[in-house]
Design a protein around this ligand. Structure first.
Ligand SMILES: [Zn+2]
Length: 259
């Protein structure tokens, strides 16, 4: 243990720096080593510069591999203003503890949303970034609820079910390739919409059905691109036939990928 205490001083000497006459005492807890001096050390007591310094970082060491994806860091004011917007839209939410996973996965400020609009439950439990939850709430308020209000039989939207929010995985569940936006709380997979007064409308390949369900699905999917930067669904690829993948990935030039 003793050599560890000398490392900062040895480094200072190697760098040509003079030890401060008054300043931080290198060893503040003599009880940690019975042999430790109680007063600041003089240069004469220091080990020679050739002494091994195994704890020093070596410039030749390989740098640690970069994570595959990086969780977003949000400031307290950013989160506070996001929460204000959620409250304006009558979203019921609570903030969860930070989540971390392998390969850079994680959400530093995850949110559990129980109602995405007044009287519209979101289930099952979510772990979303506030920004993602806000995009979702704006989509529901600006697109989904107005679309639902046009359905026959006075149907009232009561619940939106999703397939996943935060999941540490690669795109399309493949073993290699880029990490999914789900890995940092940026995405949600919408599976179906439940109503009072009519049967649920689930996401499915509906092109050419020529009915109100197809019209509703087209409307909510098209409108999702106003709030989300990625919208994938039936027809985009085989793995999106039964849900709408919505995420807030940031791309150069604000490019949106809506299919
Ligand atoms: Zn997805």
């Amino acid at each position: 243990m003793r050599s560890v205490y000398w490392v900062p001083i040895a480094v200072a000497l190697l760098a040509g720096a003079e030890l401060p006459e008054q300043g931080p005492v290198p060893i503040k807890k003599p009880e940690q080593s019975t042999a430790a001096p109680a007063t600041p050390a003089s240069p004469a007591q220091l080990p020679s510069p050739e002494a091994p310094t195994p704890d020093l970082p070596s410039a030749e060491k390989e740098p640690p591999p970069l994570p595959d994806i990086t969780a977003a860091e949000e400031t307290a004011p950013e989160l506070a203003s996001c929460e204000v917007e959620l409250r304006k839209l009558e979203v019921t939410f609570s903030r969860l503890d930070p989540m971390t996973g392998d390969n850079g996965c994680g959400v530093t400020a995850p949110y559990a949303i129980t109602e995405i609009a007044k009287g519209v439950a979101l289930s099952p439990a979510t772990q979303l970034r506030c920004k993602t939850a806000l995009a979702l709430a704006r989509w529901v308020a600006g697109v989904v609820l107005p679309a639902a209000s046009t359905l026959p039989d006075d149907a009232r939207l009561t619940e939106i079910n999703h397939g996943s929010t935060y999941v540490c995985r690669r795109r399309n569940n493949l073993p290699t390739g880029k990490m999914s936006e789900h890995s940092i709380g940026n995405a949600i997979d919408i599976v179906d919409f439940e109503f009072e007064g009519r049967k649920p409308i689930g996401i499915s390949p509906r092109a050419g059905d020529g009915n109100i369900e197809e019209a509703f699905q087209r409307a909510v999917r098209g409108g999702a691109c106003l709030q989300f930067t990625t919208v994938l669904g039936p027809g985009a690829n085989a793995s999106h036939d039964d849900h709408l993948h919505l995420d807030i990935a940031e791309r150069r030039g604000g490019y949106r990928l809506c299919q």
